[in-house]
Design a protein around this ligand. Sequence first.
Ligand code: BTN
Length: 342
Amino acid sequence: MTASPTLPFEPVSATDLSLLAERLLAIVRKTPSKPVEWNLLEKKLKVERAIIRDAALVLADWDYRISIRISTGITFHSAPDLLTEIELSHELKTTFVGRQLHCYRLTRSTNDLAAEFAEGGAADGTVITAEEQSAGKGRLGRSWYSPAGTGIYLSILLRPAIKPERAPGISVMTALALARTLESYTPGDVTIKWPNDVLIGGRKVAGILTELSADRNAINYLIVGVGLNVNHGVGNFPTELRSSATSLRRVLKRKLHRVTIARQFLLQFEREYLRYLQHDLSTVRKELRSYSSLLGKEITLISGEHRQQGRVVDFDSSGCLVLQQGTRRVSIAAGEVTVVKS
Ligand code: BTN
């Protein structure tokens, strides 16, 4: 019986190859458009050329633009605009938000998934994203339109050591973080419709759904779900949303890089959230007023069975809307607003 030939190297499993692909990516993306020589890659990755080439093919499968040349080595050209763990964590500047990331191609709702992770003990700041949601949830039992590859759908799991009554302020603070993120793309056009719709040119571009698990005195966990319309074309919106919703692409007439925007938002979110834990909204009230689409307007507000009317005169440091009703002022923590007149 002849002995089977000894392989020159151990066979590489699919998982090993994926890990190798990630390590290869980390090396080649440091010098975009410039080849990294085979010798250097072999030295750094400690595997032979043929395996490195297989890893590069894995990257191509993941939609990275890579060229592989026998003469020069491997060149990184560009990364796909996909909300993946690798892309989101690349140059993410946060300290805890998004340090644990779970990215999905398709899920029913990232908020539901985040709640499952929370129940399973996932860490404060864990972020769940999806390229598409089949049952995206909006506020007040509505749905959130979540087509594939166009929007940002993400949920942030938080475990703040604060009283449950401070939770509504986190939605308002999230709207502020979103407004700031969008401001750099469409300066002067971003407004916040209290408590947490973000508008560009008067149309809704982003929504926030905050869900809470708490007992009377303490928050167990909180899920902040954010839906942001980025690359939806006008025709992408269902007819009933066309006049009320917009996307960054619709406003700017060009496609935008979702991963960059998601990273920028997570950083803004973390900063604002840490500030909120320390100071509530006291340090950003002026900014909130300047972003408000409601300040000075006569509105009707419905919360549960309750309906009231008044003029919006302020926002307090816990995120409540302050209404002037004749000679008295009332603060309201939550509700659905309709503008009566300007
Ligand atoms: C609203 O304005 O009605 C809130 C919309 C919130 C949508 C986001 S998309 C990501 C997260 N997962 C969900 O199911 N909903 C939120």
